[in-house]
Design a protein around this ligand. Sequence first.
Ligand code: SF4
Length: 257
Amino acid sequence: MSESTVKTRPSPRKWLLTQNSDLRRIGVFNWTLPAFVIEMPDGSHFNVCPQAGVCAQLCYARVGTYRFKNVRAAHVRNLLLCRDTPEEFEKRMTDELSHKRYVGKWIRLHDSGEFFSDEYVLTWMRIMRNSPGVRFYCYTKEISRFKRLVANDAPENFLWCYSLGGKEDHLIDLATERHADVFPDVEMLIAADYTDQTTSDLLAVLSDSPLVGIPANRIPHLLKKQGQETFGSLQRARDEKLRAKNSGTNQDFALVH
Ligand code: SF4
């Protein structure tokens, strides 16, 4: 075969969105960032989850396969793309979402990581509006950011569920606003009148009840740390402790002055 007739195989397309077997079963693709505070390639540190509270100590995305070198590197690449070159990110993501493999599908934002800045939220909202054939959902602990930027101006193809275990839990109306709590097991979440989302993660945004219960991942040392509490109850206890500490500090201040 002469050189001119040698066919070079095109390199496989590099997708930004991925799918594990659980998500494939329900037709969901996933966009992932690293979890919590990470060291960047230049040695600096960055907090991807600014409102993380007790969840940071119980986070499944900081252990196991998420710590594999190649997995971490892929997540850091995603973060660098959307944080440092947001215009390129927006273009690449919008182009990718126009591919036929996403027609009628759901995209879950952040099985790990969060909406770390206003600019990043607004970028996603533009991507969603420019991808009308695709639907998006997420859990988030960025409660004030969402109430300020998203709640009154949400793209039609976007649903979300607040999630407990963060520093802004107190901003959620637990009786009326959709939210998720992580329980030690299914029995406990049913006893608390939460809807079990085990059969499909999409129940986080599609269940009739706004109270969404998630059984904790079966990771022994995290289960042990969580004990019989939920992420929400642990955060309330931490908030209470902080309040008591701060009011003690104020009292001391008052006594001195
Ligand atoms: S916000 Fe989510 S990803 Fe971030 S530390 Fe908490 S549980 Fe982990």
